[in-house]
Design a protein around this ligand. Structure first.
Ligand code: NAD
Length: 250
């Protein structure tokens, strides 16, 4: 069953990792998808990978600066001009840091907050303006993390940013409900991507051992949750932070 037939979706950070998993699942479920990346080359590579499997896949690649309101408005207008609508925004781009508090620089703290929080705000605002004008509702899905539930022992900007994402999700859900725009978040656990591959073995191994469902998650596990929240099956679901973490949060 295709759950997203007729819908147009934008996925930020869609070129690799979890974002690419979301893009693949959205396409599998019949959506038209705009893949947003930080550079032309990575966007081109992602589109090439998709087209190799499905030559006629309805995809568009763009690389606007996610924290720039004018660039984001222009990007969403291009999506509407190309595909005729904007129905789903997946705010997925994000960055991590593991620095200890005593060594943190303000620059490093701000870099994490800028992408994880400010970009989520800027993209949601630009998308919501279009969705409100379209008058047919929509779905905004943010990417949180299991560390937004209990914090993490180093790199405090990252959990701070994800707690903020949860707060923005719940607040925008209330603000946008009259427009039938639903706002939810997905809180992944340990998911098998470059971000996790970059962690030292001594950090990652105990994390996997502690997962009650006994394995690391895969990008498609997260993609499935995004499909549900983007679809009309989730028509009565808003303001929720859905954990997809093999029960790691407990
Ligand atoms: P990743 O590093 O593999 O991918 C990050 C994506 O964000 C890439 O597509 C990259 O191009 C994009 N990006 C990075 N900086 C950018 C910038 N300045 N401008 C535009 N795009 C930029 O990471 P991932 O693991 O796939 O993470 C995706 C999301 O999932 C993030 O929000 C992350 O916090 C969250 N998350 C990941 C895990 C995990 O275990 N991998 C767990 C919890 C939450």
């Amino acid at each position: 069953m295709k759950l997203l037939e007729g819908k147009v979706a934008v996925v930020t950070g869609g070129t690799r990792g979890i974002g690419f998993g979301i893009v693949e699942k959205f396409l599998e479920h019949g959506a038209k998808v705009a893949v947003l990346g930080s550079r032309q080359e990575t966007v081109d590579a992602a589109l090439e990978k998709i087209k190799k499997e499905h030559a006629d896949a309805p995809v568009l690649g763009l690389h606007p600066t996610l924290t720039d309101p004018d660039e984001m408005t222009a990007a969403f207008n291009t999506v509407v001009d190309t595909f005729g609508s904007l129905d789903v925004l997946a705010n997925n781009a994000g960055t991590d840091s593991r620095t200890k508090l005593v060594d943190y620089t303000l620059d490093e703290f701000q870099k994490v907050m800028r992408l994880n929080v400010e970009a989520t705000f800027v993209c949601s605002q630009a998308a919501a303006r279009i969705m409100i004008e379209q008058g047919k509702g929509g779905s905004i899905i943010n990417t949180s993390s299991m560390v937004s539930i209990y914090g993490q022992p180093a790199g405090c900007a990252y959990p701070t940013s994800k707690f903020a994402v949860n707060g923005m999700t719940k607040s925008l859900a209330r603000e946008l409900a009259p427009h039938k725009i639903r706002v939810n978040a997905v809180a992944p656990g340990v998911i098998h991507t470059d971000m996790v591959d970059a962690l030292p073995k001594e950090v990652i191994e105990p994390l996997i051992k502690a997962i009650p469902l006994g394995r690391m998650g895969e990008p498609e596990d997260i993609g499935n949750a995004f499909v549900f929240l983007a679809s009309d099956m989730a028509d009565y679901v808003s303001g929720d932070v859905l954990s997809v973490d093999g029960l790691s949060r407990t």
